[in-house]
Structures are given as structure tokens and as C-alpha cells.
Design a protein around this ligand. Structure first.
Ligand code: TYM
Length: 334
């Protein structure tokens, strides 16, 4: 607890172009939950270098992501919005947790398997221990709740296992975190291959709506979305393309699936695609305008970066010192 509130932690990688999936599966929920919890929202730039990055591009994207957090409605005076690399406690705790995590556990992670298949020429140790750094992110702030999309559930389960293992040896050190998965939008699928999740690393740009896509591009991608030949608007597993469009529509408009189905009764796929495109534009356009406005205010963003890195470090160090003591590191001499 901090200030009598439960703690929330979440993060996003500053790699690739963020998609509508990142927004609907994570960022949108972060904003909804931000009043209820004491929140830490990190731009996880240390995770990003598990895949080779161009330094200038990474720096630019990290800043754009931090700005996006604020543009989406997270008040940086109330929510701690910061770069992971500015708080050294993440790396220090990750090292300790590495010594409490088994090779077998890490080998089972589906993201590791997927990414090592994709980057066969660079299967580095960081890619393998990526989930341990993620566990350190969460446990460092004693987070009670972690809002993520479904694809991160396996990493969260591992975090809980590591924390429980540590607590069993050393007493109650870590809060065991719970995942928060939103009711709609927890798994937005590709518009071109609706059996695959919408992803920033998709080679086909028509499969993903990027957060910075202009309205014409968004409308075009929605119109081209893959559906089926049933010619009937329904919400069922057998029609994955349609189900995904309805999910996107509901997540963007706040309608329930039943309301959406009623609205499109007797209408064609073309009508649905148009409505989805318009709903997405109405969510993303104001976000893009706000990013553009904030980007101009360099001094303001700089002040947030500085203040919040200090705030995050303060809380991170509290946990870190406790953990270091528990495992037997010598006390610091003041
Ligand atoms: P990342 O950067 O891949 O994704 C950020 C968030 O977006 C969600 N997401 C989706 N949700 C719904 N539909 C999709 N198609 C979709 N694609 C992505 C993800 O589930 C995630 O919530 N390892 C994490 C970042 C991280 C983290 C953490 C998250 C590092 N440390 C600690 C939570 C807590 C990642 O790569 O997310």
C-alpha cells in the first residue's frame, strides 16, 4: 500500500509502432484504473534491447511512448510515468531473482520460443531472462495489480511463482500480484489473419492499425479486413474476423456485444467495417492531436521524466534494500 491505496504496475515496450491492440488491451485500462490505485507506468526500454535496436530510434520511440501515456489521459502528477532504465533497481532486483528462477521455467515461455524463432541469429541471454526482468519490474513496487493483455499472462504467472518461492524462503517480502484483464479488447487480432494477435512486428502492415495511422489509412485497413462468406453478422468463434471487428467496435464505443449485434441486425459486412473504422478514428484522432500538442512542450516532458524517475527510485530502493538484506548482502555503512 502507498498512501492507503493498492499499487498498480504496468509497462510497454518502446519497440516498433504501437498498435490498436496495445491501446485497447492495456493503455485504455490503465487510464480507467488510475484513480483507484497508486500507479507506476514504465516505458520498459531495458526489455527493448533484447532485440537489436538502432540507438537513436529507440531513444525517440521511448520518448514518444512516454508522451503517449500522458496523452492517453494519465496525469503524470498522480501516476508515476518513467523510463525503466532510469531506475537501476530494476536490473539489481532482476539479478537476484535470476538466482531464484529455473532454466526449465524460462524455456517454457511461449514468447521466448516465438522470439527466438524470429531472431534466430540473436538468441541472447537477455531474451531468455526477459520474464525475470519483468518480474523485477512488478515486484519492486510491491504491485497488487498488473493490467495486461492476454499474451502477457504466462509472464505474470511466472512472476507469481518467483515471488511465492522467494517468500517461502525469506518470509513475507513480496506482494503477490494479480493480473487485470479488461472485459473487452484483451486480445485484438490481426485484421488480415484473425487467428493471430495484432502485433507491432507483423510483416503485413494491413493486419495492424497503428496508433499514429491517419484516418484514411484506418478506414482503408478496416474496409479490407478479412471476414468470411457467411454474410451474417454474429459473434462466434467460427467467424473470427467478424468477432474481432465487433470486439474492436465495442472496445472503442463502450457498447456491449449484445448492443452491437442489435445495431447491426440486417446490415452487411460493409456497414460494420465502416462503423468500426469510424469508431477507431474517433478514439485515435484526439489521442494523436494530444501527442502532437505535448511533444512541443519539451520542458514539461523533461520535468516529468526527472521527477518521476526520482519518485520511482525511492519506492524501488525500499524493496531492493529489504531484499538485499534478506539474501545476506552486507549492510551499507552510512
Ligand atoms: P508489449 O509492449 O508487447 O505490450 C504492451 C501491452 O499491450 C498488450 N497487447 C495487447 N493487448 C490486446 N491485444 C493485442 N493484440 C495486444 N498486443 C499487445 C500486452 O499484453 C501488454 O499489456 N513484456 C511486456 C512489457 C512489460 C510489462 C512489465 C508489462 C515489461 N515489464 C511489467 C506488465 C508488467 C510487453 O512486451 O508488452
Amino acid at each position: 500500500m502507498i498512501n492507503d491505496k493498492k499499487v498498480l504496475f504496468s509497462g510497454m515496450q518502446a519497440t516498433g509502432n504501437l498498435t490498436l491492440g496495445n491501446y485497447l488491451g492495456a493503455l485504455k485500462n490503465w487510464v480507467t484504473l488510475s484513480d483507484e490505485y497508486e500507479c507506476f507506468y514504465s516505458v520498459v526500454d531495458m526489455h527493448s534491447i533484447t532485440v537489436r535496436q538502432d540507438p537513436a530510434t529507440l531513444r525517440k520511440r521511448a520518448r514518444a511512448l512516454l508522451t503517449l501515456y500522458i496523452a492517453a489521459g494519465l496525469d503524470p502528477k498522480k501516476n508515476c510515468i518513467y523510463y525503466q532504465s532510469h531506475v537501476s533497481g530494476h536490473a539489481e532486483l532482476a539479478w537476484i531473482l535470476n538466482c531464484f528462477t529455473y532454466m526449465g521455467e524460462l524455456s517454457r515461455m511461449t514468447q521466448f520460443k516465438d522470439k527466438s524463432a524470429k531472431h534466430a541469429d540473436n538468441i541472447n541471454a537477455g531474451l531468455f531472462t526477459y520474464p525475470v526482468l519483468m518480474a523485477a519490474d512488478i515486484l519492486l513496487y510491491q504491485a497488487d495489480v498488473v493490467p495486461v493483455g492476454i499474451d502477457q499472462m504466462q509472464h505474470l504467472e511466472l512472476t507469481r511463482d518467483i515471488a511465492t518461492r522467494f517468500n517461502n524462503i525469506y518470509g513475507d517480502v513480496f506482494t503477490i500480484p494479480e493480473a487485470y484483464i479488461g472485459k473487452v479488447g484483451a486480445k485484438i487480432m490481426s485484421l488480415q489473419e484473425p487467428s493471430k494477435k495484432m502485433s507491432k512486428s507483423d510483416e503485413n502492415p494491413n493486419g495492424s492499425i497503428y496508433l499514429m495511422d491517419d484516418p484514411d489509412t484506418i478506414m482503408r485497413k478496416c474496409k479490407r479486413a478479412v471476414t468470411d462468406s457467411e454474410a451474417c453478422i454474429a459473434y462466434r468463434e467460427e467467424q473470427p474476423g467478424l468477432k474481432n471487428l465487433l470486439d474492436i467496435y465495442c472496445a472503442c464505443t463502450g457498447r456491449t456485444t449484445e448492443e452491437a449485434l442489435r445495431e447491426f441486425e440486417g446490415k452487411g459486412y460493409g456497414d460494420l467495417k465502416m462503423a468500426v473504422g469510424e469508431a477507431v478514428v474517433s478514439v485515435l484522432k484526439p489521442l494523436q492531436d494530444e501527442v502532437a500538442r505535448l511533444e512541443k512542450d519539451k520542458a514539461y516532458i523533461d520535468s516529468i521524466i526527472k521527477e518521476n524517475a526520482e519518485k520511482a527510485s525511492y519506492f524501488a530502493n525500499k524493496t531492493l534494500r529489504k531484499v538485499q538484506r534478506k539474501v545476506g548482502f552486507p549492510d551499507r555503512i552510512r
